[in-house]
Ligand binder design. Structure first.
Ligand code: HEC
Length: 118
């Protein structure tokens, strides 16, 4: 019985240990492309109303630190939701942006915070 538990614990550890570096490396090469694509999405669809500078309001609030950094105001899920449905005077993008666009956009937005390492 103990052996089974130990094996399970070991398997769980191995899972975590192999998963983490794997994510880090596979993420990296694709990440740059996603960030670049996301920057384009932002420029084309968001930048007219949102800056990525701290506290710089255009029409809507700055996206600086919106989903990353020490005090993110929104989770990724909340941001997707807002972009898909719109909020207040912000239009919805459900017919404009694909889920790939949204993934890229989030990758980009994760780089616009003081604490970002990307
Ligand atoms: C036409 C102007 C406009 C465009 C384009 C626009 N937004 Fe907005 N956005 C707003 C306004 C105005 C608000 C504030 C809404 C309110 O609370 O009334 C807002 C709010 C938000 C919020 C919530 C901010 C918070 O913390 O409360 C997020 C997130 C957001 N926008 C992301 C985006 C993204 C990403 C895009 C591009 C896909 C985008 N917006 C495009 C005007 C715009």
């Amino acid at each position: 019985m103990n052996k089974v538990l130990a094996a399970a614990a070991l398997a769980a550890n191995l899972f975590v240990v192999t998963l983490v570096p794997c994510r880090a490396t596979t993420h990296r090469s694709g990440a740059d492309a996603a960030v670049r694509a996301g920057a384009d999405v932002f420029r084309d669809h968001c930048a007219v109303c949102h800056s990525v500078m701290p506290n710089k309001k255009i029409v809507g609030p700055s996206m600086y630190g919106e989903v990353s950094g020490p005090n993110p105001r929104k989770t990724d899920t909340q941001l997707r939701d807002i972009v898909l449905k719109g909020i207040g005077r912000m239009p919805d993008f459900k017919d404009t942006l694909s889920s790939q666009n949204l993934d890229d956009l989030l990758a980009y937005l994760h780089t616009v915070s003081g604490a970002s390492s990307q």
